[in-house]
Design a protein around this ligand. Structure first.
Ligand SMILES: [Mn+2]
Length: 342
């Protein structure tokens, strides 16, 4: 999707910055075409696509080319979102290749710093974004995704971050405990944060989507507001912030979203925001149109302005509109709404 037509489309919608993904979530192998890349991946018990398709693209030549091309359309390349599971599965699992993979991640961070991309968004999750289903959940039967039940089947070996990694071993991935998961994350931060600081890069943590305590018999890191915010408290640094997903935070149980956003904004803890809306709470919620969910988006903008948040908002997921360009129309609707709120 990184092409001139989409850059022009973003510019025409009023976008000033861009967040890009290099991971191909839908890749099913050379012979099989995945689903369309403009649709959210949901997958099934076997996860999304095969990991690793684009890992060779993490180099300064390629990223510089994208950055330059985007600049012709007035777009500033703000962030790369998500490491490829193939590059860090043993960091997540604490496996034998963990240290080797940490070196690879450090290299990626230095590359981003070199190119001048200020943010790396990441999601420290073993099971990844799983358990969601597609449906006609938004206004007028618009297609979106939601959660109707919790998948607690164990993960087969080779399914990490909900993507498939070559693995001939049989069996399942043993469950980690919650303290073990936090320990893995802290070791990741201890290794990565100094490199990010030196490279002038901000590491931005996405909350666990969907936000439930356990999925596929694995614990989740940032699944409620206290756990998610504690990422900021671990180390106070300009390089340790949140990829604040308003949708996921809205789905979290037992908190006042307006107070939570105000508190996090006050701490200067936001790298950028996934600005979207939902109905319900995990494990029973639906993603809906930006003006349709229970979150008062105007109130959120007011809080962000009051707390002097000057960063970027992106539409993130948007329900698809029934027409010849369902994804583009959905995004344009969200963009128009955001511009009007601003
Ligand atoms: Mn998000």
């Amino acid at each position: 999707m990184l092409n001139d037509d989409n850059y022009a489309f973003a510019q025409q919608c009023g976008a000033t910055h861009a967040v890009i993904h290099l991971v191909d979530y839908q890749y099913q192998g050379e012979t099989k075409e995945g689903s369309k890349h403009d649709q959210q991946p949901t997958g099934n018990d076997e996860g999304w696509g095969k990991a690793g398709r684009n890992i060779t693209l993490w180099n300064s030549e390629f990223l510089n080319e994208i950055k330059t091309r985007m600049s012709y359309y007035g777009l500033e390349l703000l962030a790369v979102e998500n490491f490829d599971p193939l590059d860090w599965f043993d960091v997540l699992l604490d496996g034998p290749r963990r240290n080797q993979q940490i070196e690879k991640l450090k290299k990626h961070i230095n590359t981003l710093g070199e190119v001048g991309i200020p943010i790396m968004g990441y999601n420290f999750s073993i099971a990844g974004v799983t358990s969601r289903v597609e449906g006609a959940f938004a206004r007028g039967g618009a297609k979106s995704v939601g959660m109707t039940s919790v998948n607690n089947d164990p993960l087969p070996k080779g399914l990490v971050w909900n993507m498939r990694i070559e693995n001939s071993e049989k069996g399942t991935i043993p469950s980690a405990t919650e303290p073990e998961l936090w320990d893995r994350w802290r070791r990741f931060m201890d290794d990565i944060l100094p490199v990010a600081e030196a490279a002038g890069l901000t590491m931005a943590a996405h909350p666990d989507d969907p936000p439930v305590q356990t999925l596929r018999q694995q614990p989740r890191l940032g699944w409620n507001i206290e756990a998610y915010e504690s990422i900021l408290d671990y180390k106070s640094s300009k390089s340790n912030k949140l990829e604040l997903c308003l949708g996921t935070i809205a789905e979290m149980p037992n908190h006042d979203i307006y107070q939570s956003i105000q508190r996090i904004a006050k701490k200067d803890g936001i790298a950028y925001i996934h600005f979207r809306n939902v109905v319900g709470h995990a494990p029973d919620y639906r993603e809906v149109f930006i003006d349709e969910g229970f979150v008062d988006m105007k109130k959120i903008i007011g809080i962000l302005k009051k707390e002097n948040y000057n960063g970027v908002l992106i539409p993130d997921h948007a329900p698809e509109l029934t027409c010849n360009a369902p994804w583009h129309a959905g995004m344009a609707f969200a963009m128009g709404y955001i511009k009007s709120l601003l």
